[in-house]
Design a binder for this molecule. Structure first.
Ligand code: ZN
Length: 397
């Protein structure tokens, strides 16, 4: 058989799949020889898990085993000291072994959560975040493109009479969480696609509901706001245009829980232009926080979303001892425009109105008496007509 004929036969079924809406990852056979992007193996995961396990907010366990007996590791992160009611966010990655970028995004999410950022802390105070970084460790170890050790694509195995071990373990675990007193609110299924774009797989109303599409658009809009120019609009990849399929994880969520779970596939870039995993992680976590109402009121996004405004020139001392006062130097940037400066608690309640009026014409100093505020983290926020700056302030005993 000629080499060309052999190639043609190898390519045919995959080409067909790449054009159907079954395959939002847009898989083609371009990849297997390209080892450079075939990264993040099981060893890399183990090394990461060892590091994450040292963090006091992290709990790591195994939800089951793969076909070949590899553990399906599961990382649970939350602030155990927070007594606030908590939401639940589920994230799993690497169903398709060739999509290393999905593992890099999962890793960046864990690192954002554990890194002490305002966004990370806020999410952990208000949510339990579950991350399963590698659903298909056998496929990764065997260097399969999309399948598990038995040659099955786990992504579309959810309607099988006897699903694969990996799907069974995941479904069992998700079912248990859904039956708990705090069921999953947001579920993200991380992949990476050959389109070389970042996007969500949007489910049309024909396969979901008009309400769900509104919620999807809201979620995707939040993610895009947090990564300007980085993530495609919601209608970039529209699926479920002729009904509800039953073979995907999102099908399982939709058929069982409808609008109660914002279940979406996110496709990172599967190409040499891939990167910016930290920004992607902040966009995804931030979108979850915004969607669940955990972050929006604080405007923490403006801190990381490229706001270069010097509106808040200086805030000191920080930390400040209870009873002391904080000095804030405001830039003249909003001269003559409406400007409000407030101190907010971690629930987004304004505890001190520091300034409310017309922006000063020259640099201006404000003083905040911490008086009867209890020790903890607060956020100083300045909101002008078209700019917002937020700065954390720590109040000590
Ligand atoms: Zn995929």
């Amino acid at each position: 058989m000629s080499r060309w004929l052999l190639l043609l036969i190898l390519f045919l079924p995959l080409r067909a799949a790449a054009q159907s809406e079954d395959d939002p990852c847009g898989f083609s056979l371009r990849k297997p020889g390209e080892t450079a992007v075939w990264a993040y193996g099981t060893d890399a995961l183990i090394a990461d898990l060892q590091g994450w396990a040292l963090h006091p907010m992290t709990h790591i366990d195994v939800i089951g085993n793969s076909t070949q007996g590899r553990p399906l590791y599961h990382v649970v992160i939350t602030n155990p000291a927070s007594q606030l009611p908590k939401k639940r966010i589920w994230i799993h990655a690497r169903t398709h072994p060739i999509e290393s970028e999905s593992s890099f995004v999962a890793r960046a999410i864990v690192e954002e959560l554990l890194g002490g950022s305002i966004l990370g802390n806020l999410i952990l105070d208000h949510a339990v975040v579950h991350i399963l970084p590698m659903l298909n460790p056998d496929g990764v170890a065997l260097q399969n493109a999309r399948e598990n050790a038995r040659g099955v694509d786990l992504e579309s195995n959810w309607n099988a009479a006897a699903p694969e071990a990996e799907v069974q373990a995941l479904r069992r675990h998700l079912s248990a969480l859904m039956q708990s007193s705090t069921p999953i609110d947001v579920a993200l299924n991380l992949h990476s696609a050959y389109n070389c774009k970042r996007y969500f797989v949007y489910h049309a109303a024909a396969g979901t509901s008009v309400l769900f599409t509104q919620l999807e658009q809201q979620f995707i809009g939040f993610a895009r706001d947090r990564f300007p120019g980085g993530i495609e609009p919601h209608d970039y990849f529209v699926s479920w245009t002729s009904g509800t399929p039953d073979r995907y994880p999102e099908s399982w969520f939709w058929l069982n829980y409808r609008e109660a779970v914002m279940a979406l596939t996110y496709e990172d870039m599967n190409c040499t232009a891939a990167g910016d995993y930290d920004r992607t992680a902040r966009a995804l976590l931030g979108a979850a926080g915004d969607y669940l109402g955990l972050t929006g009121v604080l405007g923490v996004d403006r801190m990381t979303a490229g706001s270069e405004s010097p509106l808040l020139v200086e805030v000191f001392p920080n930390p400040v001892h209870a009873g002391g006062s904080i000095t804030v130097r405001l830039a003249a940037e909003q001269a003559g425009k409406p400007l409000r400066v407030g101190l907010y608690d971690r629930l987004g309640r304004e505890v001190v109105t520091v300034f409310d009026g017309e922006g000063p014409a020259a640099e201006h100093t404000l003083r905040i008496a911490t008086g009867n505020l209890s020790p903890g983290t607060y956020y100083l926020r300045a909101t002008g007509r078209d700019v917002q700056r937020t700065h954390p302030v720590l109040l000590l005993r």
